[in-house]
Design a binder for this molecule. Structure first.
Ligand code: PLP
Length: 488
């Protein structure tokens, strides 16, 4: 057999013209989907028949692409999580944008692997990292890496902190060789990803000391100093302070300049979890809220939150590029740089844990080029002003009670309505939250702060208008009345 009669297959279409026509349709449907998002419900439950389609077994044979796309339009697109909708305010996430979606599409079409190399996507990736430094006032000499999100960006920062402060070569000898157990410090409002990070780093959850917070839910700095002294006396090795620029519960911002000073005096690493608030540094009316962030040794920020990039993209910045590279760099024999050609550039995978890396920079880059960063800053100010507006509406309602100070774009409140018993208050809040979702009005979430259950609105949304927030308050009051009339 000479091989000439072999049939060699490819994934490329047999009929490019047909693919082109369908691609045009997909793009024009996508434009309509975003244009009309306000007309749809933020979220709706899936009928059983739709759920069933996701239980179909592995297909062995082919289908027409048009059929595959039809299934996507019928079973997937109508049932989103809802965060692109103007009245989605749950947890904490961005609301995406068309340009970013085009960026992700083009990144996939070009298909480059951002493990590194000598090509344009690698330069663009590093340009976006440089822009992140500029947004936060970080020195140009700092290093950085785009990650899947804030959780991974925090892990990058905390791993460098651990290695720098361990007192031994942790990479070579592991955490068991650390002479005195390391201690990290954060407020009791710290995001859960730090616990996961401490566990994954082999330090354990207890190595993360939660420091009490003040009346505004910011870390209590005198209590932090005391904890550090106590730990030194007890034979621990204080290693790192994690400041939070915007807590997930209430949006509280730790005194970052104060923490930077404590870290410098105590010779600790200063990491800032800026997944929510680091980008306030670009918002003219509010940027002072995060001053001090530029003094951090490492920062995690999240372009898929307040820059509204489609998921996923987070960013870790490290002031000392040597420590960063020294924590992750491994050059195996099959990944050596060459003097010329596609491997004639530093590897980007040497700044994190992934080897193959997505081209996540393009969606961020295109939207920033299109709008200019000043507009993103104004949108952040707009969301913060909207949160204060909502707080005013809530304060004007006797049946609603605000539970935390509104610093940035997160508002926490409870439906009081004459009820005192905490379990009954929680039941009422949850019922209102679920009816808002099920009736397709709005999506918000809940939390418990210092033992008090509350509803929580986080406005990280460039589509939200004040009228949406006014509607929310009207609908909550309507539901409150409907629920109390049904159980007299
Ligand atoms: C969202 C968030 C994280 C985690 O970021 P992901 O992008 O969801 O991984 C960490 N810290 C804070 C304060 C956050 O709000």
């Amino acid at each position: 057999m000479d091989g000439l009669d072999l049939i060699e297959e490819t994934l490329d279409p047999d009929d490019w013209a047909e693919t082109e026509a369908l691609s045009h349709k997909i793009v024009s449907d996508a434009v309509g989907y975003l244009r009309d998002v306000r007309e749809r419900r933020p979220w709706q439950p899936m009928p059983a028949a739709v759920r069933q389609t996701f239980a179909e077994p592995l297909p062995h044979g082919p289908s027409q692409l048009s059929e595959v796309y039809r299934s996507v339009t019928e079973n997937l697109m109508p049932y989103p999580m809802g965060n692109i909708h103007p009245r989605f305010w749950s947890w904490y996430m961005g609301s995406s944008n068309m340009t970013g979606a085009l960026g992700d599409f083009l990144a996939a079409v070009q298909g480059s692997n951002l493990g590194g190399g000598n090509h344009a996507a690698a330069l663009l990736d590093q340009q976006v990292v440089d822009w992140c430094k500029q947004m936060l006032g970080f020195p140009a000499s700092a290093s950085g890496t785009l990650e899947s999100g804030g959780s991974m960006a925090n892990i990058i920062g905390l791993t460098v902190a651990r290695n720098v402060k361990a007192g031994v070569d942790v990479r070579e000898f592991g955490v068991a060789a650390i002479p005195q157990p390391l201690r990290f410090y954060a407020s009791d409002q710290v995001h859960s990803c730090h616990r996961k990070a401490m566990e994954a780093l082999g330090l354990g959850n207890q190595a993360l000391r939660r420091i009490p917070t003040d009346a505004c839910l910011r870390i209590d700095i005198p209590a932090l100093r005391l904890a550090i002294t106590e730990d030194r006396t007890a034979g621990f090795s204080p290693a790192c302070i994690i400041g939070t620029a915007g807590t997930v519960n209430s949006g509280a911002i730790d005194d970052l300049a104060g923490l930077a000073t404590v870290a410098a005096e105590e010779d600790l690493w200063f990491h800032v979890d800026g997944c929510i608030g680091a980008l306030i540094a670009i918002a003219p009316a509010n940027r002072l809220l995060v001053s001090g962030i530029e003094r951090a040794d490492s920062v995690a920020l999240d372009p898929h939150k307040w820059l509204h990039a489609p998921f996923e993209v987070g960013c870790a910045l490290i002031r000392d590029p040597k420590s960063h590279h020294g924590t992750f760099a491994v050059t195996p024999e099959y990944l050596e740089q060459s003097p010329r050609g596609v491997a004639a550039a530093p590897w980007l995978h040497e700044y994190g844990l992934q080897t193959t890396r997505a081209f996540r920079a393009l969606k961020v880059w295109m939207a920033i080029k299109q709008h200019g960063i000043d507009k993103f800053g104004r949108l952040i100010d707009q969301n913060i002003a909207q949160a204060h507006y909502l707080s005013g509406l809530i304060d004007a309602q006797l049946s609603l009670e605000r539970l935390t100070p509104t610093t940035i774009n997160i508002v926490c409140f409870s439906c009081r309505d004459g009820i005192r018993e905490p379990a009954a208050v929680k039941a009422l809040n949850v019922e209102i939250m679920l009816r808002l979702q099920e009736e397709g009005i709005a999506v918000l979430s809940d939390t418990t702060i210092r033992g008090k259950h509350c509803l929580r609105v986080a406005i990280t949304n460039h589509r939200t208008r004040r009228e949406d927030l006014a509607l929310l308050v009207r609908e909550i009051v309507r539901l409150q009345n409907a629920i109390s009339n049904s159980h007299p």
